[in-house]
Design a protein around this ligand. Structure first.
Ligand code: DGL
Length: 252
């Protein structure tokens, strides 16, 4: 058994969207090492079947598990649906983004009526609807999988992206809700495009409840490693908004 990820917090997503969660983690826990894995060769997850997504999540977590990881953050809502199943399969601390985001939403909404923007598969899974029901919150969901490729292609600042956002969210301003959940980790990158349709409503980005007590800060110099199952150059290009990434290809 290798032990190459024992000092790292492993963060996974279908692509570069999970970097929005990595950014939060780096701010909150700057004394941790991170390894970020973008499953770019299988992106987007949000239009795949639950079986396909579960298979990919299991493959990625198994890779980290076999290489000595102690903690994995699933920085993807579509994959977070399977967090509980993964916890039952691996003796590993696995953190997801859906339950913590719902807790956050419950503390923000006053009317208990919220809008969910998420991938088609996340919406269909009803994971958010079920979790929020416990707080007496009702959800109007917008399947927004069409947004994801614009982020992956670094094409957010295009007229085509604006058109897709406009047609998908045209009825959002009339929704009887006081909060909009960005229930996909890719969507904060589209914040400027989405926010005009959420006018007057609070916007909540997803978060996780990672506990650093599991990962001790490294003996070696702090570092963040970026891995992709796709083309490294494309991942670097799509994450310019994040800063320097230096993605390295990995076959998984
Ligand atoms: N970033 C992912 C999420 O939070 C999904 C994007 C995709 O469709 O691959 O759901």
């Amino acid at each position: 058994m290798y032990n190459c990820f024992s000092d790292f917090v492993c963060v996974i997503d279908s692509g570069v969207g999970g970097l929005t969660v990595l950014r939060q983690l780096q701010c909150e826990f700057p004394r941790c090492n991170y390894v970020y894995l973008a499953d770019s060769s299988h992106c987007p997850y949000g239009v795949k079947s639950p079986q396909e997504i579960q298979h990919r999540v299991e493959t990625l977590i198994k890779y980290f598990y076999e290489n000595g990881a102690q903690a994995v953050v699933i920085a993807c809502n579509t994959a977070s649906v399977f967090a509980e199943t993964m916890r039952s399969k691996f003796n590993l601390a696995i953190f997801d983004v859906i339950a913590p985001t719902c807790k956050q939403v419950a503390s923000v909404t006053r009317t208990k009526k919220v809008v969910l923007l998420a991938t088609n598969t996340t919406v269909k899974s009803r994971a958010y609807q079920k979790e929020l029901q416990q707080f007496g919150i009702t959800v109007t969901a917008f399947p927004c999988s069409d947004f994801v490729p614009f982020v992956e292609k670094n094409a957010v600042d295009t007229a085509e992206c604006s058109e897709v956002v406009a047609s998908t969210l045209s009825t959002l301003p009339q929704c009887d809700a006081d909060t909009v959940i960005l229930g996909c980790t890719h969507f904060p990158i589209l914040y400027k495009k989405i926010s005009p349709y959420a006018k007057g409503k609070k916007i909540v980005e997803c978060c996780c409840d990672f506990q650093p007590s599991i990962i001790y800060s490294s003996k070696s110099a702090l570092q963040t490693m970026f891995l992709t199952t796709g083309v490294a150059e494309q991942a670097n290009n799509a994450s310019q908004w994040f800063g320097k990434t230096n993605f390295v290809h990995v076959d998984l």
